[in-house]
Design a protein around this ligand. Structure first.
Ligand SMILES: [Zn+2]
Length: 440
């Protein structure tokens, strides 16, 4: 009985996207000049391969070598040793990696792979959130944020504003280039999430001038200056609000309720034993000091038999009984940036918080961006590669998938990622073992 391989979209296969990534790296100018023994492209591609294979550390990656497959599958000519890789990548400004995210995004868009990710009238839901991925009392670099404690000691940290296209019905998220939150000039001047968000949305518009987005964020973001920034960049929003942080807004809603201007709406989900209860009001001032910034307000209770969950949001989208349930799902999907993005990177084999090497200038940030890029390529596979999906379903967990993938990669000569996934799905008969492995 012959088994037909799951159909794959060729331009969106891991092999095709690795090629896109490698070509993108090749356009980045090498800060060392032209006379080099190992190219910047090879150093970048080696670091990318390390994250793509989820090697637990730079040393572990260096030890395995597997240069044959690194050459065949990732197109690397010469793999630098761990120390040399850090040396080459440390001076590289992370901004050079921005076009790479776009190069991987473009074929996804062109291949219509992002269609299932559209949320409302051709808009994507874009979740933004800050996260810290490194902190230390001893290791630090020029980009580190400084936290000075009362006793004079300093904690050094790295944070980023992460961004991902999410959808309430999709497990896959599509990350965009994060905005690093870094020390501005190597002194004690700290950057912050709010500034990073401002830079992020400006660059988002440069990268994707025509894409339609609804930005979703937590209640820290629902302040007038940020809402104005979103408005200027032509971005819609669904932002969390809290009564404690927005007392004026909630008072206005209360007053409107007494005046009979608030709409109440219940939706029963008998199968799930839930009542979705809403009250909403359009066109209210966000706060007393910015009464010109007007928002639409949604409050929501999910009432189950044992517990009640409560959320509230502001949005610039006009709220009606027709769309309030959908908008609520968009607001609630925000947790995917934490769960499906940051937690996946931290706990599902990517070792986001592991220190692969810190460097003195940019290394720590460059590694974080490359890890996100590898995650983007993986998410593209998860979204549109039937072969990847079949292997994932067979093995049951990402952790096991990465483990099996590494084992094959390190021990067998493979022609492509496709062959690797096919071998994971159908068994070893299609691959040929390496006779002698030189591990010196
Ligand atoms: Zn640092």
């Amino acid at each position: 009985m012959s088994m037909a391989a799951p159909k794959a979209r060729k331009h969106l296969s891991a092999d095709a996207l690795f090629h896109v990534v490698r070509s993108g790296f090749a356009t980045i100018p090498d800060p060392r000049g032209e006379e080099v023994d190992i190219t910047l492209t090879d150093a970048l591609m080696s670091a990318f391969a390390m994250f793509s294979l989820k090697a637990p550390s730079l040393l572990a990656f260096d030890k395995e070598r597997a240069e044959g497959n690194l050459h065949t599958i990732y197109g690397i000519e010469r793999v630098p040793c761990d120390t040399y890789m850090r040396e080459i990548l440390d001076p590289l400004s992370p901004k050079w990696l921005r076009p790479l995210f776009k190069s991987v995004f473009r074929p996804l868009q062109r291949g219509k792979a992002l269609e299932p990710m559209t949320f409302l009238d051709g808009h994507y839901l874009l979740a933004l959130d800050g996260t810290e991925y490194f902190s230390s009392k001893t290791i630090h670099c020029a980009s580190c944020l400084h936290r000075v404690h009362r006793n004079g000691s300093i904690t050094y940290a790295h944070q980023m504003l992460g961004a991902a296209i999410i959808h309430p019905d999709q497990r896959t998220v599509i990350p965009l280039m994060p905005e690093p939150i870094v020390n501005c000039d190597g002194t004690d001047k700290n950057d912050c999430e709010r500034n990073a968000a401002k830079r992020f949305v400006a660059k988002l518009r440069q990268d994707h001038p025509h894409l339609k987005f609804i930005v979703t964020e937590d209640s820290l973001s629902s302040n007038a200056p940020h809402i104005e920034t979103l408005h200027v960049q032509g971005l819609h929003y669904i932002l969390g609000v809290k009564e404690g942080d927005h007392p004026y807004l909630f008072q206005q809603v209360q007053a409107a309720e007494h005046a009979g201007r608030v709409t109440a709406y219940d939706r029963h989900d008998r199968a799930a034993g839930l009542v979705h209860r809403f009250r909403f009001l359009n066109d209210v001032p966000l706060n007393a000091s910015h009464t010109d910034v007007r928002v639409n307000f949604i409050e929501y209770w999910e009432i189950g038999e044992a517990k009640v969950q409560h959320f509230s949001w502001v949005t610039d989208l006009r709220v009606s009984k027709r769309n309030v349930y959908h908008l609520m799902r968009g607001g609630r999907a925000r947790w995917k940036i934490e769960n499906e993005t940051f937690n996946t990177l931290k706990n599902q084999g990517y070792n986001f918080e592991h220190n692969y090497g810190h460097g003195e200038q940019h290394l720590s940030v460059v590694f974080a961006m490359l890890m996100m890029l590898a995650f983007l390529v993986d998410q593209a596979q998860q979204l549109c590669c039937a072969l990847f999906q079949a292997v994932w379903a067979k093995l049951g967990s990402k952790r096991l998938l990465w483990e099996r993938m590494r084992a094959l990669f390190y021990d067998y000569a493979l022609a492509s990622m496709r062959q690797l996934f096919e071998t994971l799905l159908y068994g070893f008969k299609k691959s040929s073992p390496i006779i002698a492995v030189d591990s010196s």
